[in-house]
Design a protein around this ligand. Structure first.
Ligand code: ASP
Length: 318
């Protein structure tokens, strides 16, 4: 905000998810696709008016395992445009299945130090004990907080605030702060590069290079890959190890110019450079990024360079 007397202006962009879903009964486990539009949700929380001037917009209305790169690009351009105007922060609602990926993508491509906060819900809007409205209120509260600036993209659920790089559904990673009633407390900052310090840009980004995945498990069949992929995320065991037969396939792909990044199928494991693999076959070590986030970083890296040294550097920086 330029003027202290002005109320913050917050834009809420909605993508669907459970936060916008209705179940047939208050205790159903399964329910149909997102159906409540964002205006309806905003009207349910009159307290939002006390926090900020709210503008809301429905970008799409999907269950988030149907998320696409096209929606990400549309969303990222919209977030950038709103923050470049006089909006003080952007809140995004979406399904929890892929919220961590949307958040990490925005964390890498949006150039702004203003708050960007994502949230969703674990229970449909009409469920017993539904969490959506409280999460949405908290997201706006966080987005209006001065300390949410320069934090990169944030995610909030159940009164906790997480950094986009490390948050993963079902894990307590990347906690940076808490919401306690009307108060917001930050304790940590994400260390890796993001948003206004990122090398990646939306400018001239029309489509993301294709990145495939090879999941490591005890198997007797070869992986299936399409021909036009430019990168591979190898999801290995332990510190990113694959059976020798798979390594041979990866090595030959690497020789043909496909960039191979080694990640782990176990959460929170650090995959560091192993000279007998990475130096020998020109693989990249994926650090502790989850495979789904590594695929985003690799894809964006490939929009800038094919240089393996630079790409390895990105995996240590982002
Ligand atoms: N159950 C999911 C959610 O939490 C559905 C989705 O990801 O859209 O929103």
């Amino acid at each position: 905000m330029d003027n202290k007397n002005l109320r913050p202006k917050i834009a809420i962009l909605a993508l669907g998810g459970t936060i916008a879903s209705l179940a047939n009964s208050r205790i159903d486990e399964f329910y149909s696709a997102a159906e409540l539009d964002i205006e309806h949700l905003v009207k349910e929380i009159p307290e939002l008016k006390m926090l900020a001037d709210i503008y809301s917009e429905q970008i799409t209305q999907i269950i988030s395992h149907n998320m696409t790169h096209e929606v990400w690009l549309q969303l990222a351009h919209r977030v950038q445009a709103l923050l470049d105007q006089d909006y003080d922060g952007v809140v995004i609602t979406q399904g929890t299945h892929s919220i961590e990926e949307t958040a990490y993508f925005l964390n890498l491509v949006v150039k702004s130090s203003k708050p960007i906060v994502l949230t969703g819900a674990m229970l449909p809007a009409n469920a017993l004990g539904s969490d959506g409205l409280r999460n949405l209120y908290n997201a706006v509260l966080v987005a209006t907080h001065p300390k949410a600036h320069k934090q990169g993209v944030l995610i909030t659920f159940y009164d906790k605030i997480y950094a986009a790089r490390d948050f993963s559904k079902g894990e307590e990673q990347g906690l940076v702060g808490y919401v306690c009633g009307p108060q917001v407390y930050f304790y940590y900052k994400a260390m890796r590069k993001h948003t206004d310090c990122s090398d990646f840009s939306l400018k001239s980004l029309i489509r993301l290079p294709k990145v495939g995945v090879i999941y490591g498990f005890i198997s007797n069949s070869p992986p299936i890959l399409t021909e036009d992929i430019r990168g591979i995320i190898s999801v290995g065991m332990g510190k990113g190890y694959q059976a020798q037969a798979i390594n041979d396939i990866l090595a030959s792909m690497s020789q043909q110019g496909v960039v191979v990044v080694r990640c782990s199928r176990s959460a929170t494991i650090v995959v560091s450079r192993d000279p007998k693999l990475d130096d020998k076959y020109n693989f990249i070590a994926g650090d502790n990024l989850s495979p789904q986030k590594a695929s985003i970083l690799l894809s964006l890296a490939l929009t800038i360079t094919q240089d393996l040294h630079l790409i390895q550097g990105f995996f240590y920086e982002y």
